[in-house]
Structure formats: structure tokens, C-alpha cells
Design a protein around this ligand. Structure first.
Ligand code: 8IG
Length: 272
């Protein structure tokens, strides 16, 4: 029998078919992956037409971190050019869980196989750039991968020049010109960085650091989807303020700020 590890794309096709069956929607148009603390942002999307645990769908493992939901929702949104079917993933699998990258990118691949042409990836992260404030959303302009691994296997030499769609970044900045853009570093974790590592990352051009988003962006882009990445700065990175990093505080900061982002996301979705 094929499974997620022996046939990740085949499993994504099966997962997409299951989502179509559960929702009665033959295809979805856009997907959002909500990072830790981003749950309040979904309020602006209205009431979902469907909600089900990821474990109802082939290939998704049960999530292991508190606050990382593990639910899929389907929404119908009134867009500028008709109804938009949106798939929302609450909770994700991270590389630090040790299950490899296949489960990490399964949601993104499933979304593309379900018809989504745009994937919005949100996360909570540490701010390396000293200009950033806790609670500030930042558009991901580019990334640096520090994990020495890739969701792609074989001679899949994908171009990443415009990985984080300039078109969609311009759309969202038209709605909110005050939005900053930054370079996101994917750090494996689960330990946060040392202050020395943060100084190194700042030196090589990083503004944000977190433990997600990059593999999903690459996997979705490789299958032809357009990617928007938004980080919520929920703590100053190690050594920036001298404060220690606490997972609980990080989740609280996320909750407080994500509500504001929901309105913005809803506005952008309507225009896609
Ligand atoms: I929230 O400071 C959050 N996630 N690597 N470093 C890394 N990941 C994070 C951080 C951080 N804050």
C-alpha cells in the first residue's frame, strides 16, 4: 500500500479527494495555514461551512504540540469575482517533531491537489531585526533555510526567485502600506537560537526566525501554487532584549495581534 512516505504526492491526491468528499466541494481556490496564535485571524472569514480533524484525511499525523490545533475548515467567501472556496488548516506539523518533511508539507501539497492556486502561510516567529516590535506582522519577502534539508526529492531543480509572490505582496501592501517585509530563517529547533546564532543570522541578512513555513512554501511553489507568507513577531529573538524565551508568552502575544490580521487577510482573499 502506498503511504505518505513512499508516495507523498499520491497521498496528497487521496487527501484532496477526501476533502472534496467531506465538503461536497469538487475544488477549493485558496488555502491558509494558520500558525500558532493565528486562530483569531480566522474570525474575519465568517463561519466555516465545514470543520473536521486533520486525522479524518489520509496522510495527516495527530499534532503533538499544545496550541497547534489539528483541524481543517472550509469557508465560502464572497470575492470580487464570485464565491471563493477557502481551505484553512489550523495547526501544522514541524520538522522538529522528527517525522521528516513529508508530514510537514502534506497540507500544502493537499491544498494544491485540492485546486488551490494560492497558499497563505502564517507563522509566529522571533524578531531578529531590531526595528520590529512584538505583535507586528511582517510579510516574508524571502527566506534562508538553515535546516540543510528539502521537501523535494530527486532532480527537481525548482527556481525560487519569486517564491513569496511579489504580486500578492503588492496586493496586501495596497491594503496596508505600513506592512514591513523581511527575510525569514527556517531554524529546525526545537531549541531556540543562542544569542551568538542570532547575531550570525542578522549578519547574513535575516530579519525573522522561526521553525516552519519554508518547506511548505517550497513544496507548494514546486507544484505551481503562488505563496504568501506572513510572520507575526511574537518575541524578540535570543539576545536582542536579554529576556528569556517562553512558549507560553509567545502564544499570548500571537493571540493579541492575530485578530487584526484577520481583517487584512479577508480583504486580500476577496481580491485574489
Ligand atoms: I513564536 O525566537 C517563535 N518561534 N527559531 N526562534 C525560533 N522560532 C521561534 C521563535 C524564535 N519565536
Amino acid at each position: 500500500m502506498s503511504d505518505l512516505y513512499s508516495d507523498p504526492l499520491g497521498t496528497a491526491v487521496l487527501a484532496a479527494a477526501k476533502i472534496a468528499e467531506i465538503t461536497g466541494k469538487p475544488k477549493h481556490d485558496v488555502a491558509l495555514v494558520m500558525g500558532s496564535g493565528w486562530m483569531p485571524a480566522t474570525d474575519a472569514l465568517g463561519k466555516p461551512t465545514h470543520e473536521f480533524p486533520v486525522t479524518d484525511v489520509p496522510g495527516f499525523p495527530a499534532p503533538t504540540v499544545v496550541g497547534h490545533g489539528g483541524l481543517i475548515r472550509s469557508y465560502e467567501i464572497d470575492g470580487a469575482n464570485g464565491k471563493i472556496q477557502a481551505l484553512v488548516f489550523l495547526g501544522r506539523t514541524h520538522l522538529y517533531e522528527g517525522k521528516g518533511l513529508e508530514p510537514v508539507v502534506h497540507g500544502a501539497r493537499t491544498a494544491v491537489k485540492a485546486g488551490c492556486k494560492v497558499i497563505v502561510l502564517t507563522n509566529a516567529c522571533g524578531g531578529i531585526n531590531r526595528d520590529y516590535k512584538v505583535g507586528q506582522p511582517v510579510l516574508i519577502r524571502d527566506h534562508i533555510s538553515m535546516t540543510a534539508t528539502s521537501p523535494l526529492i530527486g532532480a527537481d531543480f525548482v527556481d525560487l526567485t519569486d517564491l513569496y509572490s511579489k504580486r500578492i505582496r503588492e496586493l496586501i501592501k495596497r491594503e496596508d502600506p505600513s506592512l514591513a517585509e523581511g527575510v525569514y530563517v527556517h531554524w529546525r529547533g526545537p531549541a531556540y537560537e543562542t544569542p551568538a546564532e542570532i547575531n550570525m543570522l542578522r549578519t547574513v541578512g535575516a530579519d525573522l526566525v522561526g521553525m516552519s513555513t519554508v518547506p511548505e512554501a517550497i513544496a507548494a511553489h514546486a507544484l505551481g501554487a503562488e505563496v504568501l507568507g506572513i510572520s507575526l513577531v511574537t518575541n524578540a529573538a535570543a539576545g536582542v532584549t536579554g529576556e528569556k524565551l517562553s512558549h507560553t508568552e509567545v502564544m499570548e502575544a500571537g493571540k493579541a495581534a492575530a485578530g487584526r490580521m484577520g481583517e487584512l487577510l479577508a480583504k486580500v482573499l476577496k481580491q485574489l
